[in-house]
Design a protein around this ligand. Structure first.
Ligand SMILES: NC(=O)c1ccc[n+]([C@@H]2O[C@H](COP(=O)([O-])OP(=O)(O)OC[C@H]3O[C@@H](n4cnc5c(N)ncnc54)[C@H](OP(=O)(O)O)[C@@H]3O)[C@@H](O)[C@H]2O)c1
Length: 322
């Protein structure tokens, strides 16, 4: 799926591109499904160029079967069902991927649905568990609980024994409570800071997973509990905000911001192995599941982008091939 000229959803064009060849340490995956991520919308608009070396077309994850194996790859076989974290290029019939970014399809998960997992599992685990060290009994505030990222973060937080509070539009609250959220905040009608204080008896949240950036920064810091950790992974509300260091300091708070796509492949491989070790058992036990809003054929990618742009979806929107 190429983008000859950046623009609206119709800028996506299903066209012939050369078949990828696996380089050293890579495999080629015959793609069965990929997923729409918010970043794909930005890339389509020309605002988020792929990192050096990545395919020019979008797609940060996929599921499918291994079609070819490059030199120096051990432990994977042609024909094996896998899902993969990609730096780009998932909107295609075939994609080359460093072997360290492959994951087996978790037992009990359909091959197509497995495409919903790599990006959210790696992002949420690396930020909420590895970086922010969410612990049992703590409170996790997830902004955008109904997003692909949010629906995964809610389930992982609950599985780790945290109390999960989410912000989301009201229409998504019932489903988020089914996924385990203890408190749902309608960010359009309610002040999330007041609500977080109310539901935590004034303590605040131990960990905040934020996708808004500047527009939520001061309230996120105010919503932190003592020793709280705020991790910013999105800037939907802008990139430049004002930070009250005095408030952060008094709380012994931590502020971090990370991006997965631009990490070196070695770091991605480390995260993927951590996800396989710590998250896949929870998926296989049914405690964390892919949340798929719908599947559309990849030739309808423009419609899928319109849906994600409207935010009327809950969880992931998948694009299927074959
Ligand atoms: N840094 C990283 O490594 C990384 C990796 C993956 C994703 N991300 C970021 O994570 C975010 C979610 O990605 P996704 O692909 O899962 O997106 P998505 O499914 O398209 O979801 C976007 C979400 O933003 C929510 N939202 C919009 N305005 C809001 C507000 N004022 N308060 C709270 N929520 C608000 C929407 O909630 P409603 O529908 O309820 O209105 C929607 O659920 C994006 O910002 C993306 O860039 C970052």
């Amino acid at each position: 799926m190429t983008i000859p000229e950046p623009g609206g959803p119709d800028a996506l064009l299903w066209s012939e591109v050369p078949d990828p060849v696996p380089g050293p340490g890579e495999v080629v995956v015959d793609v069965r499904a990929t997923a729409v991520n918010r970043a794909d919308l930005l890339q389509r608009q020309g605002h988020y160029p792929p990192p050096p070396g990545a395919p020019a077309y979008p797609g940060l994850e996929c599921s499918g079967m291994i079609g070819a194996i490059g030199p120096g790859v051990a432990g994977w076989e042609v024909g094996q069902e896998v899902c993969a974290l990609l730096a780009g290029g998932g909107y295609a019939e075939r994609v080359a991927v460093p072997a360290g970014q492959l994951l087996p399809v978790p037992a009990g998960v359909d091959l197509v649905d497995a495409a919903a997992l790599p990006e959210v599992a790696c992002t949420v685990w690396s930020n909420v568990v590895r970086l922010a060290r969410l612990a049992e009994g703590e409170t996790l505030l997830v902004h955008g609980g109904g997003s692909g990222i949010g629906t995964f973060a809610v389930q992982l937080g609950v599985a780790l024994g945290a109390t999960v509070v989410v912000t989301a539009r009201a229409a998504k609250h019932e489903r988020l409570r089914e996924l385990g959220a203890a408190h749902t905040i309608d960010y359009r009608e309610q002040d999330f800071l007041e609500e977080v204080r109310r539901v935590t008896d004034g303590r605040g949240a131990d960990v905040v997973l934020d996708i808004m950036g500047a527009s939520y920064l001061s309230r996120n810091v105010a919503a932190l509990a003592a020793d709280g950790r705020l991790v910013v992974i999105g800037m939907q509300g802008g990139r430049k905000g004002e930070l009250d260091l005095g408030e952060l300091l008094a709380k012994r708070g931590t502020l971090a911001a990370t991006a997965l796509r631009s990490r070196p492949t070695g770091q991605k491989a480390e995260i993927v192995r951590g996800v396989q070790e710590q998250v896949w058992p929870l998926v296989e036990a049914g405690r964390v599941r892919p949340v798929v809003d719908r599947r559309l054929p990849i030739t309808e990618a423009a419609q899928a982008h319109r849906l994600v742009e409207s935010s009327d979806h809950l969880g992931k929107v998948l694009l299927t091939l074959g």
